[in-house]
Design a protein around this ligand. Structure first.
Ligand code: SAM
Length: 273
């Protein structure tokens, strides 16, 4: 008889945590940038955690990856042809842009070890990096942004939360550099945290983008394994941000109605932006 149960818990505060019962810990690694863990959980399949926070699970990664790609793709008047992903070392976001038929996807991930971990434990997501449309660079997204001028239609910030290497991905200087790297009608989208548990993250992204771009738009998605299960994304552009319905074929989460209703926000979220 086995008496010991193993659990992985993400601490939200001193008084609150989300716990997953795990069959096994598959990896624990300290890189130059962060700590990476992979667990085999009972209910969500394999789970990738960075610095103790859930990045993805096999069972619900589709929500985050569809929503960080398909919403901005359809919110630009011109179909985006060149996409830059900052972070996203698991390959999930790149995979969605491949499905959308984008032919030039540059993915800049700071930590090569995240890519290695994905190769080993999340091969379906990792397989994006062998697609000829995708160029993977191991570099700091903040530095990379400064080197590119007027190059991209769409920039996707698929990063960890605004602490450690990702801190600089949420400030005004970064958004200014992003504007420089975008074409005139380009758009940037960033994951901006849980409006309920991390209201400062959303306010930071929204106020930063507002001071650099003419228009911003926030949308949300239900992601069971992220804090509160309710997640926000923030977009900025000098062009009008609204649904253009280039490709609204249903995914597992995304559909035309979700795109249509993407700017419907609860009052407490509106107050943060
Ligand atoms: N879906 C995730 C979430 O919101 O929890 C994000 C997943 S993805 C694994 C986040 C990636 O951003 C990590 O692999 C991390 O190394 C990368 N990252 C953090 N700061 C970065 C930077 N300055 N430049 C490029 N990548 C960065």
């Amino acid at each position: 008889m086995k008496l010991i149960e193993n659990w992985f818990s993400e601490r939200y505060s001193d008084n609150l945590q989300l716990s997953f019962r795990v069959k096994d810990q598959l990896l624990s690694l300290k890189t130059d940038f962060q700590r990476i863990d992979v667990f085999d959980t009972y209910d969500f399949g394999k789970l990738l955690s960075i610095d103790g926070t859930v990045q993805l699970t096999e069972k619900d990664e589709f929500v985050y990856h569809e929503m960080i790609s398909r919403v901005p793709y359809n919110m630009m008047k011109r179909k985006p042809e060149t996409v830059l992903i900052i972070g996203g070392g698991d390959g999930g976001a790149a995979g969605e842009f491949i499905k959308l038929g984008v032919k030039k996807i540059v993915n800049v991930e700071i930590d090569g070890q995240v890519v290695e971990v994905s190769r080993k434990f999340f091969p379906e997501l990792y397989s994006s990096f062998s697609n000829p449309s995708v160029e993977l660079l191991i570099d700091d997204g903040i530095k990379f942004m400064k080197k590119n001028k007027g190059t991209f239609d769409l920039i996707v910030v698929d990063s960890t939360d605004p602490v450690g290497p990702a801190e600089g991905l949420f400030n005004i200087d970064f958004y200014k550099d992003a504007k420089g790297a975008l074409k005139d009608d380009g758009l940037i989208v960033t994951q901006s945290g849980s409006p309920f548990y991390q209201p400062k993250g959303l306010s930071l992204a929204a106020s930063g983008m507002k001071s650099v771009f003419k228009n911003i738009k926030v949308y949300t998605a239900f992601i069971p394994t992220y804090p509160s299960g309710f997640w926000s994304f923030t977009m900025g552009s000098d062009a009008e941000i609204k649904p253009y319905f280039h490709n609204v074929s249903p995914g597992k989460y995304f559909n035309k109605g979700i795109l249509d209703g993407a700017s419907l926000l609860p009052e407490f979220v509106k107050e943060l932006i």
